[in-house]
Design a binder for this molecule. Structure first.
Ligand code: ATP
Length: 269
């Protein structure tokens, strides 16, 4: 089997004075794979992503047990910028961009000088993937809509030339139609650049449309994992972890049934 690009072994994160954010969590992402983390509020999705990226605020939280391996190297106690340099691209929560800089300046400041990464080519790809960013490339990011800022946040992460993209709740505050579009764009990035993606998503239906596999977290632990088809085939998937019935879980016009893909659509890479 191929060596995973990311492997978490028994990861435990402690929040000072507030107990454990995640406990004994194991997870893997293979090169070029899209993996979703699902679960109710407070399940530990964002905390897991922070343990991977290194953005655990030292005064509040720490990796108190377990290992994070990136490309086979233990990085659990490495600074975030070193992980970025090694090939992790981070799309932060809540559309964090430099609001006073233009769209293009926001992209340029993230340009990586990693070997084999062509920043100009990546910028051209970002503009192709997100036409509104091209149209508004000279505009200050503070004037963008929430959805456009989210596109810019994804673009900024891509400018670092990542082998693994970490995306936290890109659907937050975004119209349902645009969520599907953004996630489809992530799938395109994955296919065209062979970038592995670990995404945290509240919108399980939208995430399962694009993910190769998913982990369901509850109380800081993995309680289910599998392909979308496997998960959707389990009776306990809807009721136990989301309090949903199959009928109530819908994305736009596409009901989330045992097949998350539109009829006739291929999910193969
Ligand atoms: P959501 O979907 O609501 O964002 P989540 O699955 O991402 O939730 P986390 O934010 O990772 O969950 O939270 C996991 C646990 O860690 C929760 O019990 C939460 O209360 C706790 N926690 C998260 N951030 C902090 C913090 N800054 N200080 C203390 N406890 C925290």
């Amino acid at each position: 089997m191929t060596e995973p690009i990311l492997r978490l072994e028994g990861v435990q994160v402690s929040y000072r004075g507030a107990g454990l954010g995640v406990q004994g969590l194991d997870l893997e992402v293979a090169p070029g794979e899209i993996v979703a983390m699902l679960g109710a509020n407070g399940a530990g999705k964002t905390t897991t992503l922070r343990a991977v990226s290194g953005f655990l605020p030292g005064e509040v939280a720490r990796l108190s047990a377990g290992k994070v391996y990136f490309k086979g190297r233990s990085v659990g106690h490495q600074a975030p910028h070193k992980r970025t340099r090694a090939g992790m691209g981070i799309v932060p929560e809540r559309e964090k961009v430099f609001r006073l800089l233009t769209v293009e300046e926001n992209l340029k400041v993230c340009a990586s000088s990693r070997r084999g990464h062509d920043a100009a080519q990546t910028m051209a790809l970002i503009y192709e993937l997100f036409p509104p960013l091209h149209e508004r490339r000279g505009v200050s990011a503070g004037f963008l809509s929430g959805g456009e800022r989210q596109m810019l946040a994804i673009g900024r992460a891509l400018m670092t030339g990542p082998d693994l993209l970490l995306a936290d709740e890109i659907s937050l505050g975004i119209a349902p139609g645009l969520v599907v579009q953004l996630l489809d764009t992530l799938r395109r990035i994955n296919q065209e650049q062979n970038t592995a993606i670990l995404l945290v998503e509240q919108n399980a239906a939208a995430a399962l449309r694009v993910a190769d596999r998913a982990y369901v977290l509850e109380h800081g632990r993995v309680v289910l994992d599998g392909t979308p088809k496997e998960l959707l085939g389990r009776e306990d998937f809807f009721s136990a972890y989301f309090g949903l019935t199959e009928e109530s879980a819908e994305v736009g016009d596409a009901p989330l049934t045992s097949s998350p893909y539109p009829e006739g659509a291929s999910h193969e890479l």
